[in-house]
Design a protein around this ligand. Structure first.
Ligand SMILES: Nc1nc2c(c(=O)[nH]1)N[C@H]1C(S)=C(S)[C@@H](COP(=O)(O)OP(=O)(O)OC[C@H]3O[C@@H](n4cnc5c(=O)[nH]c(N)nc54)[C@H](O)[C@@H]3O)O[C@H]1N2
Ligand SMILES: Nc1nc2c(c(=O)[nH]1)N[C@H]1C(S)=C(S)[C@@H](COP(=O)(O)OP(=O)(O)OC[C@H]3O[C@@H](n4cnc5c(=O)[nH]c(N)nc54)[C@H](O)[C@@H]3O)O[C@H]1N2
Ligand SMILES: [Mo]
Length: 566
């Protein structure tokens, strides 16, 4: 997301779900939409079936969307910028760029054009395995469409060059002028419920709500004055991956984890276990006692989505109101209430002093007595220009898409309509870099990890559902038939997959979904935790781990051993 954040304003969909799907051309890459965003996939399928929308799918695996695709570019994992740079080169070489758009709304074209000199489709074919003619055809289709929208998800971002990948996509949209109109845009599909809202509210190490930078002097003063606070941070904090490294090196002594399960979902689990083990204090606030909570000194029981009021913001920047449907069980409390009680006790324990409040609707750092989520929102609106026009009262009538700067503003379904938010969209020359870990004799296969429809992340929630467990009861490793033959594996037989960091056992599923040389595992099953295998290399800017490319080997496990594990 960070790539978009720098070029275009923020990490969010530029368009809305329906308008972006109802387009002439859809370019979907690194998104297994039918499994991970099934409702949005319905819109895509409807567009293809009813509207004649052409779908360009760029994905190594033969996912369900391939059935709907006009063309499927099956590149080797981690070679995205090779494909997208080559597509841009074709567009410029053939004069298919949107000249009026490029002229009026972008900058740095010439440096970008030069940077593409060696990225011919033939070169890209060698690197990515996608035929040069397919790259040309995709480039022409995307650039010549009246409207074309790009969608992506974790196949693009979970990479040691995830930011480059996103830049290469935003370059494509800029060169073709597929931005700022219905049916166009750069559309990252956000993952968990309310990950968009959490980021919008400053749940990131470098920004306050509405992406106001902690390093910006004016922003620092604004929040210091509003909260009556001294000593607010002036530098960005640590990312999740840096925090784990910090725990390991003794720089971080205490962790307060809310609604995450790093002991299954962070990369290189041996490393995470060691890091968590070194903490002096681990506090976990969750709705279930997950694998991470088992190591906690204190567990704070949170209420679930169905038991609380507040807002969730969906992937199209739409803030939506939530009302409790059932009372919370036991001693569970809504997360915001737990945080406020903690804030109150901390302020007293540390004898923090606040200057008097300067804004009647904003509470100071020592005053945590919010009566309701609506009151919390009033403070958010007062301090966040892009949310200033949103209130719980307005949300009662329906969701609103930010930016929504005042009470009369209808919200913003499409970003960058009059001009690109930062002024001009900047072309970012991108140098192709391969994945961190390459295959070799000892580890000859690439492991790709991801999701299936019937399970959710570490399974803390979904594996408690009897119905879902019936549908997807056990971990499977997808293996191409040619690899199955090469390594002596049978369909449904037990296999051991090993990387430089660890090994797991699961059932093989022999399928053409996985291309030759690539095996796929989900990270849903604690008993076959894929993150024992993954590496903790991260993107230098976004610090997101390379979950999609690890080098592994695979071997059959003798039937007797397999039976004892089942
Ligand atoms: N059922 C279900 N739905 C979910 C979730 C869940 O756990 N279960 N999780 C939610 C969350 S938090 C998220 S972030 C989203 C994630 O949604 P997705 O990103 O769609 O999910 P993944 O399974 O990670 O799939 C990534 C896709 O990238 C492809 N891919 C692999 N390597 C590469 C590569 O190098 N380049 C490209 N371009 N593509 C590649 C894979 O083949 C796959 O199709 O799903 C959300 N929805
Ligand atoms: N190998 C591999 N690893 C991955 C990925 C991958 O593609 N491959 N994807 C990564 C991605 S994109 C993501 S988003 C992460 C997901 O990683 P996590 O967020 O760690 O995974 P979850 O299992 O969804 O954990 C969420 C926790 O929140 C709790 N919870 C649910 N609702 C509430 C609530 O209202 N309040 C509180 N306090 N807790 C609640 C659940 O019980 C659960 O324990 O995994 C990452 N890890
Ligand atoms: Mo995610």
């Amino acid at each position: 997301m960070a790539g978009l954040a720098t070029t275009l304003g923020s990490g969010a969909m530029t368009n809305s779900i329906r308008d972006a799907c109802m387009t002439d051309v859809l370019l979907v890459t690194g998104s297994n939409t039918t499994e991970a965003h099934p409702v949005i996939a319905l819109e895509m399928k409807a567009a293809v079936r009813k509207r004649g929308t052409k779908l360009i799918l760029v994905d190594p695996r033969e996912i369900e969307l391939a059935k709907f695709a006009t063309m499927h570019l099956r590149h080797r994992p981690g070679t995205d910028t090779a494909v997208f740079n080559a597509m841009a080169k074709v567009i410029l070489d053939e004069g298919l760029e949107n000249k009026a758009f490029v002229e009026a709304r972008t900058e740095n074209l010439e440096a970008y054009r030069e940077s593409l000199a060696t990225y011919t489709p033939e070169w890209a074919e060698e690197v990515s395995g996608v035929p040069a003619e397919q790259i040309r055809a995709a480039a022409r289709l995307y650039a010549q469409a009246k409207s074309a929208a790009i969608f992506w998800a974790m196949g693009i971002t979970q990479s040691t060059h995830g930011v480059d990948n996103v830049f290469s996509l935003s370059n494509l949209a800029l060169v073709a002028g597929q931005l700022g109109r219905p049916g166009t845009g750069l559309n990252p599909l956000r993952g968990q419920n309310n990950v968009q809202g959490a980021c919008d509210m400053g749940g990131l190490p470098n920004v306050y709500s509405g992406y106001q930078a902690v390093t910006d002097k004016a922003v620092q003063e604004k929040f210091a004055t509003a909260w009556g606070a001294d000593g607010l941070p002036t530098t960005a904090g640590l990312t999740v991956t840096e925090i784990m490294d910090g725990a390991l090196s003794g720089k971080i002594h205490a962790l307060y984890i809310m609604g995450e399960n790093p002991l299954l979902t962070d990369p290189n689990l041996h490393h995470v276990r060691e890091a968590i083990g070194k903490l002096d204090l681990l506090v976990v606030q969750d709705i279930f006692l997950n694998e991470t909570a088992e190591h906690a000194h204190v567990v704070l029981p949170g209420a679930t989505f169905a038991e609380k009021d507040g807002t969730f913001t969906n992937t199209e920047r739409r803030v939506q109101l939530l009302h409790a449907a059932v009372p919370a069980l036991g001693k569970a409390q809504p997360d915001w209430k737990i945080v406020c009680q903690l804030g109150d006790r901390l302020a007293r324990a540390l004898s923090i002093a606040a200057k008097p409040a300067s804004n009647p609707v904003v509470r100071t750092v020592t005053d945590w007595g919010y009566a309701s989520p609506a009151e919390v929102w009033t403070e958010i609106a007062a301090l966040t220009p892009s949310m200033a026009g949103i209130s719980h009262a307005r949300l009662e009538k329906g969701g609103l898409q930010w930016p929504c700067p005042n009470a009369e503003h209808p919200g913003t379904p499409i970003l960058h309509t009059a001009q690109v938010a930062r002024g001009r969209g900047r072309f970012m020359p991108i140098t192709y870099r391969g994945a961190k870990e390459q295959v070799d004799e000892e580890f000859p296969l690439i492991l790709s990890t991801g999701r299936i429809l019937f399970q959710w992340h570490g399974g803390t929630m979904s594996r408690r559902s009897a119905g879902l467990e019936t549908l997807a009861p056990a971990a499977e490793i997808e293996v191409n038939p040619l690899d199955a033959k090469r390594f002596g594996l049978d369909d449904a037989g037990m296999v051991e997959v090993a990387s430089r960091r660890g090994k797991i056992r699961a059932k093989a599923r022999v399928t053409r979904r996985s291309p030759e040389g690539i095996v796929f595992a989900t990270f849903h099953y604690a008993e076959a935790a894929a993150n024992l295998l993954t590496l903790d290399a991260v993107d230098p800017v976004a610090k997101i781990p390379e979950y999609k490319v690890s080098a592994v080997n695979i071997r059959p496990v003798r039937a007797k051993r397999a039976a004892s594990r089942e």
